[in-house]
Design a protein around this ligand. Structure first.
Ligand code: 5GP
Ligand code: ZN
Length: 114
């Protein structure tokens, strides 16, 4: 997807502070962090949002959470805990339409859900 910023980051066409990269998944720091740790974890495959996930995507989606777990340990936020967010669609507050998991931590979360 030429016009997708996260596909372009995945392809190395746009810069990002990459903290994980493998053949299926990459993770990079959010450009506008809301907490000391704010990492976006994406599948390299262009899936616009959770609405478009397909049968067969389960292992890939599961790996997003495994990468998030490992990055939380690497960031030193595992023991105290963290928040994982997957915004979906307009009401979900999604801005970038390439599925991504937010890993947020390093402080106690204050904003309430909803
Ligand atoms: P959403 O609201 O779609 O779940 O979150 C999109 C996130 O992507 C936001 O937190 C925003 O700061 C981040 N973001 C948008 N553009 C870029 C970019 O070019 N680079 C990086 N690293 N993060 C971005
Ligand atoms: Zn994309």
């Amino acid at each position: 997807m030429d016009d997708c910023i996260f596909c372009r980051i995945s392809a190395g066409e746009l810069p990002a502070e990459i903290v994980h990269s493998d053949n299926e998944i990459m993770a990079f720091r959010d450009i506008n962090p809301v907490a000391p740790t704010h990492i976006l974890i994406i599948p390299r495959k262009h899936i616009p949002s959770n609405r478009e996930i397909q049968p067969g995507d389960e292992p890939l989606l599961g790996r997003l959470f495994v990468v998030a777990r490992d990055l939380a340990v690497m960031e030193g936020i595992d023991a105290q805990g963290y928040r994982l967010i997957l915004n979906t669609g307009d009401h979900g507050g999604q801005v970038v339409y390439h599925l991504h998991l937010h890993l947020i931590g390093g402080q106690a979360m204050q904003h309430p859900m909803g």
